[in-house]
Design a protein around this ligand. Structure first.
Ligand code: ADP
Ligand code: MG
Length: 343
């Protein structure tokens, strides 16, 4: 059927993100519940039409690991994207509500995300570009699916122009301006899995050995679609331990603040924190599933494989589907449906 805005009844606000807001709506002619994402885009009509054409590919993305697509339309000045409503919400909102997520459930998340990424790439040559807990959704049938992948180059560009910046799930090579590859999604998956298992964003507090301040509040402040190399100094060798003198010197701060103007970030101190976090990702050892021994060895090893800083060494989603932890997840008896019924 042809989707029309007049046929959609607003029911409830589901959340707000970088690019717009998401509402639960009912498609009244059919009684179907949907999630309607409203993206405000400052672009010419020709670009908007191009975006709509590009979004059409989503009709062909059919996988049980991908949130399904009902259609998209223009509702000036917005673009509306209607998708399957996932009644248990995102893994982000779930862990915020219930705390750290059981590692066996995290294993099912890893399996589902890898299957979804492999499907998108093998069948459609699509790279997700925005893997994070708020783009991994769950429903009361116990299904785990990914959403918000980068099908439309024009949409990616328009959002990047409007909401400048980067996300903290971004891989070291992306921060340094390298091409996006499926392996960048694998990095983001590794960070997301640690966040779910620990119940907190991994780049925060105890992570660092000095008073680096809490970096978790930067999550999602910026959008992940543009390289940010212009705001950053050249990388230091990735395994060099930091010394009190090579970091946070007044000169560094001044330089960073000046350069960051080019990417028009928000306030002054916030800007510093974002750049510090990005530098941290580039320069410091990757986070791990810790403390050692708390989680199964296979889970620790899987996360380590996602978080190789060198994308040459890091595996693809398809390779990682063969990892022992994923083999275990496939035969696991964990009941995600029962788990989801507890919140
Ligand atoms: P972000 O992903 O950065 O949080 P979005 O605008 O993509 O921002 O989404 C906002 C929120 O809406 C998400 O965090 C999620 O909780 C909710 N949401 C998005 N899509 C759906 C969906 N299909 N079903 C249910 N909830 C959704
Ligand atoms: Mg999203």
């Amino acid at each position: 059927f042809e989707l029309r805005n007049e046929d959609l009844k607003d029911l409830q606000e589901l959340g707000q993100g970088n690019g717009g807001s998401v509402k639960k709506v009912e498609h009244t002619p059919t009684g179907t519940m949907m999630a309607k994402k409203i993206v405000l885009i400052d672009a010419k009509p020709s670009v908007r039409k191009q975006i709509l054409r590009e979004l059409h590919i989503m009709h062909d993305c059919n996988s049980k690991y991908i949130v399904s697509f009902f259609g998209a339309f223009l509702a000036d000045p917005n673009i509306c994207i209607c998708m399957e409503f996932m009644d248990k919400g995102s893994l982000h909102s779930i862990y915020k509500k219930i705390g750290p997520i059981d590692i066996d459930v995290v294993g099912q998340v890893a399996l589902s995300v890898l299957e979804g990424l492999t499907y998108l790439y093998d069948v459609h040559r699509i790279i997700h570009r925005d893997i994070k807990p708020s783009n991994i959704l769950c429903n009361s049938a116990g299904e785990i699916k990914i959403c918000d992948f980068g099908v439309s180059g024009e949409l990616i560009n328009s959002i990047a122009d409007t909401f400048v910046g980067t996300s903290t799930y971004m891989s070291p090579e992306r921060i340094q301006g390298a091409q996006y590859t499926v392996k960048s999604d694998v990095w983001s998956l590794g960070i997301s899995l640690i966040e779910l298992a620990l119940g907190r964003f991994p780049f925060s507090e105890s992570e660092s050995d000095d008073n680096d301040s809490d970096l978790s509040d930067l999550e999602g402040t910026l959008s992940p679609n543009r390289p940010l190399s212009m705001g950053l100094p050249p990388p230091r060798s990735s395994r060099t331990p930091k010394t009190p003198t090579d970091k946070n010197t007044p000169t560094d701060k001044k330089k960073d603040r000046r350069k960051s103007k080019g990417v028009s970030l928000q306030g002054g101190s916030m800007t510093m924190s974002i750049l510090e976090l990005l530098q941290h990702i580039v320069n410091e050892p990757a986070p791990r599933l810790t403390p050692e021994g708390r989680f199964p060895k296979e889970a620790e090893d899987f996360v380590d494989s996602c978080l190789w800083k060198d994308p040459e060494i890091r595996k693809t989603p398809k390779d990682l589907l063969k990892h022992p932890w994923i083999d275990q997840a496939r035969v696991s008896t964990v009941d995600v449906e029962a788990w989801a019924s507890t919140f």
